[in-house]
Write a protein that binds this ligand. Structure first.
Ligand code: SF4
Length: 338
């Protein structure tokens, strides 16, 4: 997650809630990090907000229920291997692969005001590939829109493994494995979550409900939320399937409330203000335990969690880097670790 500041409900439902489930399943050894080097690819001219935003994002991680005892939470730039692997991968990655990444052109067009004709911005997919490959990750939990990035990571890993020998990974006579195993996508559900203006909830649209918003603010934001445009007067019938408030109900309300919304909206039996009040109640219920957990962490505690997580990440990443250096024969003896 990039350090963009306080996270909103779209971030929570699209990523954090799924991460907590993965952690709780105890099926996976999970690594979650603040991608501050990624932030530099676009915000290199003004880095003043990266540190304060990092703190806010980690607090939101912890508030959502990530537990540093059961997963590793770290800062990307505190783990020096994240500077090393992208450089080595850059040696073998054809320029065309990077130029073809859809977000490369898109972001250059969208983020006008910023000069993105930089080496760092073009190489951003290799930072991302390294984030995954340094941990020899089997799975990357992403939404559909991120699949292209994981595919590029797979291509880069395959290319590396073609050039450089496999390493011995067990007692003599057992088996050899690829140094950089191509990861699989673990598709995570990301429900449609509209912002207060009906567009996708996003910080850049200014239409968010933050995980830290207090109850009165949540209620106030919902009051101004757009509704089914066909329902102009109280007596007009509406359709929750054409209303952003209806979409929020589908994600957060109980089946009973949802049934009342469909019935009341389609028969004009309820007004939009009442309907919005119900969804506000559901949101406040979701947010209350999150905000209580957030308040239980102090800044020194967060720093300690990050230092501890970054140390653990460094140890794991270094294991991979030793295999990478050996495979590339970048050792004093020039011998590959066959
Ligand atoms: S009653 Fe609810 S679902 Fe129907 S238009 Fe109003 S806010 Fe939307």
């Amino acid at each position: 997650m990039r350090p963009t500041g306080k996270l909103h409900l779209g971030n929570y439902m699209g990523a954090l809630a799924n991460w907590v489930k993965l952690q709780d399943s105890a099926q996976y050894e999970c690594y979650f990090f603040i991608a501050d080097l990624h932030a530099l690819t676009t915000d290199y001219a003004d880095t003043s907000q990266i540190a304060p935003n990092t703190l806010e994002v980690v607090l939101d991680f912890l508030a959502a229920g990530l537990d540093p005892k059961r997963c590793t939470i770290f800062v990307q730039s505190w783990v020096e291997q994240h500077y090393q692997l992208p450089l080595l991968l850059g040696m073998i990655t054809p320029l065309g692969w990077l130029e073809r990444v859809p977000s490369y052109k898109e972001q250059q067009e969208n983020l006008t005001g910023k000069d993105l004709t930089t080496y760092g911005f073009l190489g951003y997919p290799l930072l991302m590939a390294s984030d995954i490959l340094l941990y020899q990750a089997q799975y990357v939990p992403v939404g559909q829109d991120q699949q292209a990035h994981v595919e590029l990571t797979r291509e880069v890993a395959r290319r590396f493994n073609q050039y450089y020998p496999k390493v011995h990974n067990g007692p003599v006579g057992t088996f050899f494995t690829d140094v950089l195993p191509p990861p699989q996508v673990l598709l995570t559900p990301s429900p449609k979550l509209p912002g207060t203006d009906g567009r996708k909830m996003s910080k850049s649209y200014g239409n968010t409900i933050l995980m830290t918003d207090p109850e009165p603010l949540v209620r106030q934001k919902l009051k101004t939320m757009v509704t089914d445009p066909a329902r102009i007067r109280r007596t007009d019938r509406g359709d929750p399937d054409k209303c952003p408030v209806g979409d929020l109900h589908k994600v957060f309300s109980t089946p009973e409330t949802l049934a009342k919304v469909y019935e009341g909206c389609r028969s004009a039996g309820i007004g939009c203000i009442e309907c919005k009040g119900w969804v506000a109640n559901a949101l406040v219920q979701v947010l209350e335990p999150i905000q209580t957990r957030r308040a239980s962490f102090s800044e020194p505690q967060v720093k300690e969690i990050l230092e501890d997580g970054s140390s653990r990440a460094r140890v794991r990443a270094e294991q991979t880097m030793q295999q990478v250096r050996a495979a590339m024969q970048m050792t004093l003896t020039g011998e590959a670790n066959r």
